[in-house]
Design a protein around this ligand. Structure first.
Ligand code: KIV
Length: 267
């Protein structure tokens, strides 16, 4: 017997789907937040390219570099004992073909990821197969795919028409057939997410895709109530922004009033 919690492995994703046990996933970008989420019991942590917006203040995810994800992956891996770590391949690091994709994915696995995620369906099936053939688990990502936001004209719900929904189903199948272990469904109607979840053997993880997916993922800063705007599908589950501001204000006040440090904080 050991006190160590069970390490989440790829095999446990399929088990969770079979047992209808909802999979929980949050983004994480550093050792501090990943340790906290890991201790809270999160199943999967995603070093998402959302790091470009949430942590680096960019307008979109498009400028994110592989090196930035590598540094964040190393940090997250240091904070984690249990969760399955998934790292995003940023825009421009996998599209040209299987060799480019494999090269990028290897770097993320070496940095501590257990799996990689990248956007697209049929168009990236060869890339998914190249990774899975070489022992690198893949999480797919369809629906609104932020790296394609120029082509999609911004964050819009995808698959609203019958044709659009059928295309998503086709993409989902292609991802499964290529050997992926799970698939993120972002910003699609709940009925389409339910349809995909029912026909796929691999688990679906939804964000803005309703309640019928096998799991849910949120950007952690949205989940924790940081920032004055969040998407309508992402309620705040806490007020970390308020707590952090209060702590900073108390510290400033204590220093200004010379209430801190006292003798007990001194040597
Ligand atoms: O980069 C990210 O945070 C993501 C999630 C929104 C799924 O891809």
């Amino acid at each position: 017997m050991t006190d160590q919690p069970r390490r989440m492995r790829i095999v446990h994703l399929a088990e969770a789907k079979a047992h209808r046990d909802p999979i929980t996933m949050l983004t994480a970008y550093d050792a501090v937040s990943s340790r906290i989420f890991d201790e809270a019991g999160i199943d999967m942590l995603l070093i998402g390219d959302s790091i470009g917006m949430t942590m680096f203040g960019r307008e979109t995810t498009i400028g994110v570099e592989l090196d930035e994800i590598i540094v964040a992956t190393r940090a997250v891996a240091r904070g984690v004992k249990r969760s399955l770590i998934v790292s995003d391949l940023p825009f421009g690091t996998y599209e040209t073909g299987p060799a480019q994709c494999l090269d990028s994915a290897v770097q993320l696995i070496k940095a501590g990821a257990n799996a990689v995620k990248f956007e697209g369906g049929v168009a990236v099936a060869e890339q998914i197969k190249a990774c899975t053939d070489h022992g690198i688990p893949v999480v797919g990502h369809i629906g609104f795919t932020p790296q394609a936001e120029n082509a999609l004209s911004g964050p819009r719900v995808q698959g609203r028409t019958d044709d659009g929904a059928d295309r998503l189903v086709e993409d989902a199948y292609a991802i499964q057939e290529a050997g992926a272990s799970a698939i993120v469904l972002e910003l699609i109607p709940q009925a389409v997410a339910e349809r995909i979840t029912k026909i796929l053997e691999i688990p679906t993880i939804g964000i803005g895709a309703g309640p019928h997916t096998d799991g849910q993922v949120l950007v952690w800063t949205d989940m924790a109530g940081i920032g004055d705007w969040r998407p309508s599908f992402a309620p705040a589950f806490g007020n970390v922004e308020g707590a952090l501001r209060d702590a900073a204000s108390s510290y400033i006040e204590a220093v200004k009033s010379r209430a801190f440090p006292t003798r007990e904080h001194s040597f």
